[in-house]
Ligand binder design. Structure first.
Ligand code: FAD
Length: 520
């Protein structure tokens, strides 16, 4: 049922990665009205966003919410979690590396109670994604990266892979491999093919049933009884007002801001809320728990000036499998052809003018964190405690140590070896497992993949925040569709999984609307 004025069929909070997909799909029906509340500005015509190679300049900028972490006794307390404040969300300032989730990652989801999110189903939604996902184009392939791929294959014994996603969608996944990545971009212009570019640009100004409220912050959810009926919003200039949803409010604000908005609205662990003076409207213990990430560390070599060819300075990846009892790789590496030196410089290492870095990361980190409010003031950022490297068996730190050692083996292998002048960090004198672990944890960084804070699970799982249809447990008219619903972390970079969640969420929402219509 569509409505006029400030009432819409659906109100989507967050015009980010998943939000853009859902806004597009729901407005395919001209009879359905959708309002998107987006905290940031439009990306249309904004070259510093649209030119993918400019991505590093966006971190910490006016287009970044820039979340700190609380002290990490076993990790790096200085990590800043970048989250984009612009249409398209993080797909407008990330590196757009595009991996489908592995089949076994989705088996894990089903085992965690996410019924219906099996491999065949999720891959069929990934097939629908409109972003232009292609392997790095020949013209963008740097000679040093080609040599790194040759040496990494030689040193680790893994095959060179031309198209990782083809192996996942048509071959059941891969155990290991090295090669150029698939990236959501236009090789001719170097522009992003973000969620915003692929899903919103073609319909902005075209579909009159789509309303975008940009530079507008969602402050609180509005309820009538247990039903979410709208959102209290504050435009950048102007007074707070309420936007009403005749059918549903859909939260797509991301793994930090979706639980933050729920908590500020009194939906979350009642005892935690009481501590900051918020009365619980609905006691939901899982909100803010299960904070997941892909932690990484770094090893850096000085080089002479390198050829400039690239998509976005981190164009290739390596997957290694140490544990042969699991078919998936358990170590991933990105390579950077620039000095990625913020964390090493803080530890006293120099920043060479030219450098190559490898960043080993943990595909299935075992440490689990938590997010919570420290104040009822909505402008105060939530506390994020990733509890990096706190898993009891020290699996996470051991993975990083193994990664640093493997990186050194690659660096000692021709033809890549000849590009390198000296190891800058951690430096050749750092050799024992203890030393490598200490360095690796202090220089640790994030691959910027927070997730899991409103996890999906079986309807009778008290720690689940949403059921497998993405509906918030115990409330009505309220759904979540973004990276916060991951029950567990997909092994590779998660954006494609988020886009597939957006695609499937739209189908689930439309199916419920059809059922409700039929029941009337
Ligand atoms: C620097 C960086 C690099 C990355 N690189 C990759 C990569 O190469 N490949 C990959 O797979 N993944 C990558 N990721 C991760 C990936 O981008 C994210 O996991 C994914 O985009 C998250 O999508 P989302 O829909 O959950 O949230 P987002 O895309 O962050 O969308 C949330 C949206 O909600 C808006 N919002 C939030 N709160 C409010 C509010 N209260 N009111 C109104 N609007 C609000 C935000 O402005 C934003 O537009 C990267 C992330 C970062 C930060």
């Amino acid at each position: 049922m569509s409505a006029s004025g400030s009432t819409f069929d659906y109100v989507i909070v967050g015009g980010g990665t998943a939000g853009s997909v859902i806004a597009n799909r729901l407005t395919e029906d001209p009879g359905t009205t959708v309002c998107v509340i987006e905290g940031g500005p439009s990306d249309v015509g904004l070259d510093r966003v649209l030119k993918l190679r400019e991505w590093l300049g966006l971190l910490g900028s006016d287009l970044d919410y820039d979340y700190p972490t609380v002290e990490q006794p076993r990790g790096n307390s200085h990590i800043r979690h970048s989250r984009a404040r612009v249409l398209g969300g993080c797909s407008s300032h990330n590196t757009l590396i595009s991996f489908r989730p592995f089949p076994q990652d989705l088996d894990d989801w089903v085992a965690a109670g996410a019924e219906g999110w099996d491999n065949a189903t999720v891959q069929s939604y990934a097939d629908r994604i409109k972003c232009n996902i292609v392997p790095v184009a020949d013209k963008d392939r740097n000679e040093v990266v080609k040599d790194w791929i040759t040496s990494a294959s030689e040193a680790t014994g893994v095959p060179v892979v031309e198209d990782f996603n083809a192996r996942i969608s048509h071959g059941g996944g891969f155990r290991d491999g090295v090669g150029f990545l698939s990236i959501a971009y236009d090789p001719y212009s170097g522009n992003r093919s973000s969620a915003s570019v692929a899903y919103l640009h073609p319909i902005m100004g075209e579909r009159t049933n789509l309303t975008l409220m940009l530079e507008t912050w969602a402050e609180k959810l509005v309820f009538e009884g247990d039903r979410a009926t709208g959102v209290q919003v504050k435009p950048a200039s102007g007074e707070s007002t309420t936007v009403r949803a005749a059918r549903e409010v859909i939260l797509c604000a991301g793994a930090i801001d979706t639980p933050r908005l729920l908590l500020l609205s009194g939906v979350g662990p009642a005892a935690d809320l009481a501590e900051v003076g918020i009365q619980a409207r609905h006691d939901l213990p899982g909100v803010g728990e299960n904070l997941l990430d892909h932690p990484e560390s770094i090893i850096m070599w000085e080089t002479d000036k390198l050829p400039d060819t690239t998509v976005m300075d981190s164009d290739a990846g390596l997957f290694v499998r140490r544990d042969t009892s699991d078919p998936r790789p358990d170590l991933m590496f990105h390579i950077y052809q620039i000095p990625f030196a913020d964390n090493t410089e803080r530890l006293g290492y120099d920043r060479p003018d030219h450098a190559i870095c490898m960043t080993p990361n943990i595909p299935r980190s075992r440490s689990r964190g938590k997010l919570w409010l420290t104040s009822s003031d909505p402008s105060v950022k939530p506390a994020l405690d990733f509890r990096y490297f706190t898993d009891p068996d020290d699996y996470d730190a051991t993975t990083i140590v193994d990664g640093l050692k493997i990186a050194r083996r690659i660096a000692a292998t021709e033809p890549f070896k000849s590009w390198l002048k000296r190891e800058v960090a951690p430096g050749p004198e750092v050799t024992t497992d203890e030393e490598l672990s200490e360095y690796g944890r202090r220089a640790a960084h994030t691959v910027y993949h927070p997730a899991g804070t409103c996890k999906m699970g079986a309807a009778d799982d008290p720690t689940a925040v949403v059921d497998p249809a993405l509906r918030v447990r115990g409330l009505s008219g309220l759904r979540i569709a973004d990276a916060s619903v991951f029950p567990t972390m997909p092994s590779p970079n998660p954006m494609v999984t988020v886009l597939a969640i957006g695609e499937r969420a739209a189908d689930l929402i439309r199916a419920d609307a059809r059922r409700a219509g039929a029941a009337r």
